[in-house]
Design a protein around this ligand. Sequence first.
Ligand code: ZN
Ligand code: ZN
Length: 977
Amino acid sequence: MDCWYRNGVVKKYLHKNDKSPTKFSFLDGPITANNPMGVHHGRGRSYKDLWQKYHTMKGDRGRYQNGFDCQGLWVEVEVEKELGFNNKKEIVNYGVEKFVQKCRDRVMKFAAVQTEQSKRLGMWADWGHDYYTMSDENNYAIWNFLKVCHQRGWIYKGNDSVPWCPRCETAISQHEMLTEDYKQVIHKAIYLELPITKNRKQKIENKDNEYLLVWTTTPWTIPANIAVAVDEKLEYALVKGKTGYKFWVAKDAVDRVFGSEHQGIIKVVKGKELLGLKYSGPFDNLPAVKKVAGKFSDKFHTVVSADPLILPITVVDGTGLVHTAVSAGSEDFKLGKKLGLPMIQVIGDNADYLEDLGFLTGKNGKKHPELILEYLAERDKSTGENWVFKIQDYSHRYPACWRCKTELVWKVTDEWYIAMDRKAKEEGKGKKEKGKTLREQMKEVTKKIKWIPEFGLERELDWLNNMHDWLVSKKNRFWGLALPIWECDKCGYFDVIGGKDELRKMAVKGWNKFDGHSPHKPWIDEIKMKCGKCGNMMSRIEPVGNPWLDAGIIPFSTLPNGWFPADFITESFPGQFKNWFYSLIVMSTVLAGRNPFKTVLGFESVVGEDGRPMHKSWGNMIEFNEGAQKVGVDVMRWMFAKAAPTFVLPFGYKTGDEIRRRFLLILWNSFRFFMTNVKADGWKQGRFTIYDLRFTNVLDQWILVRLDETVEKVTDSLDKFLSAPATESLEKFTEDFSTWYIRRSRERVGPAAIQLTHLRTGMPADTDKDHCYQTMHFVLTTLCRLLAPIMPYITDYMYINLTGEESVHLAEWPKTGNRKLKTENNEKIVEQMELVREIVGMGHAQRKLLNIPLRQPLAEIKVVGLLTEIGTELEELLMDEINVKRVTWIKEEGKRKWDERGGVRVELDTMITDELKKEGEVRKIIRMIQKMRKEKGVGLNDKVSVELPEWPKEFEDQIKKATLAIKIEFGEIPKLK
Ligand SMILES: [Zn+2]
Ligand SMILES: [Zn+2]
């Protein structure tokens, strides 16, 4: 690896095609420079390198720029861990400037680690000229994007109930809520009894003992309760409980909620009839609740109608009466908005209960749901009231923060959004944007992209159809894009700044303090501007930006003129439809009105060998260097290339071993066979190249045609950005080459074998040998080039040794058209060879069945089927392989054509004459001597003398020639001298 860099090979590679008229614009999705790589990162990075190497060999100019993703929660959370911090306050106390510097340091540290790991992976990039998303160029390019959005009227500040991480104290956008972050967890669910009051003053003196029974899995939200929602059309039953109290629940839920523990249903009514009922809650005496109850007495604690489009009510679980906490749930908030309900904010950014909530204030609602549950149970006991009907464990899928894995809460907050459904105010670059919403435009752009796998298009469109406006702000965070929005707290006017020059122009205060710094916190917040409406001083809004803005802008911040749109990107897809692919599409739609890349290869994740996602805590996570050490980089890359994009790849040493044994070793042994014999024979590639030769040996003809087919298949498959079919044909070819071509050609090369070949084929021996070497050399060098983009190490080693050239990665991609080589009779040669191999297989099987060893020659094989001619040479090869003296072809009319598999059968003549028996013995003797030569380490060229107890004298010459023996003498025990 080091010598590639030391000897300048990588540099030559990067500039190999500088003058080429064609180019391959690859855009690297930035890797988060936050930790060392795991083996799962190797998958995408292998693909990235594979297609860049391939296009370089094909002669396309490339950019080879690697990128590092630097900003955002990823890094902050790790730095917090490093410093032992648990919350925002500790960061502020430590100092924002210092904290931000720590984040930057961490990025630089792991960018260096990942660079070394990537080099080890054999990934050749323009190291040292990487892009970093924290760069000024990148940040200001995003400013420009946001400004254009603002000019079109798409940036707004919205108030909504959003998913919120109480540890990171920030909103988690819908885009960041990935399926894999939902976990099966058990929460305490409570059935809560809410006494119906005929009028508000009655409070909990419930004379009829009628209760609304509601159910919630988030008891911490009970103090925020505003209303109970019912479905107008659903049937509700009043059930007489065991103790005589009466409960309203959905009729279909009665059995599930009560079992047999009730005294019957008193009456059944439609939900509509419950509307307007008033009830009391257990926290009505808390000051914050009292305040809202007093101000909105007509709406507070009322039974309301659930809009099925906002809050569909089911009776799969719960009671059919829904606890509605307007401030603490997304549907609740929407329903509250529609019905004009008030809300009670109960938790702060870290989920601590707010002021005026009595004993709850300052305690953490999310961490301690038992606060509420124990309080209610205790109160029932001490006062004789009835709040708790029952408390149960409830198992459900619940979302967690994608970064720190803390369970989320829902919180109403002001955040900044990019509107998806507002018509553009101003015309964009083309006229296409006018009057169209961003969502509409993005869908059109998405359809212009080639998605691999194809379902990617549907997934992306599906997301575009369903996503909300894009929440781009991250409150309470420090290390990220400073959103370039300055807002007037007097009149609410805001402006979006599009770049550094505009910033300087607009700044009325703070420029001196900011100048010389990157546009990050805390320095950027020094800048103040004048309100364009009321003249008041405006400050930058507090939040940083959504991290996907950082990666989405890179076509505009990194690609030089002429390289946009990119030809190709590739990334693991599970989350990217909502994240990177999405942000690339938004930003390119806004800024260029077109697709940012032509083709995307999305691929599935890598999991542990046990099939489970890799997690440090599960112990099945494999760090990259460890994987590279144990499996080997070439094998690792082959494993990735072999996997279809939709394949969830279990990474393991077992799979690696199999690849090593079944492919790598075969390849290596073929190479070694060639090198050893070439050395023994002193063969040198002559003045004539393979294109000058006229191949007469059917094996050469066959393997060259097979090679040509393989070049065609691999090229076609890589052109389509699919590596799996390429590996499949390469494995098949390598096997054919090793187990058939080389095995059948063993006697054609090496000092001992010349004579035999000569005897059999009648061809001048040296010519045949030369043809065989020429063929093997051509096959091996071509194979190296075909394999090089996938297996960079072994192929380079082999290629350099075969050719004396500098590196396989500087070589040209093989061209098809070897059929134009002067081979004869190659029209059907592949099919004919297949037939021969099939017959051979049957012949061997029959011998085994009859227990006749292969070395025993037999007189004849009959091949029965609907056959055509296969030519003398193939016939000879066939006879030799199954060791018979004659083949008889018997045509038989039938349904199958001769070239269909299974269309033939064979019959062996098993009669062994004395003559045949002798020949068998000769074979046995030759094999024994060859074995002894090998055991004694006799060089391929060295002559020997042999002692044998007996041998058929009439075959003595044959034995001598085949074994390079000068003489054969009598001896009691066979031995070499
Ligand atoms: Zn978090
Ligand atoms: Zn103002």
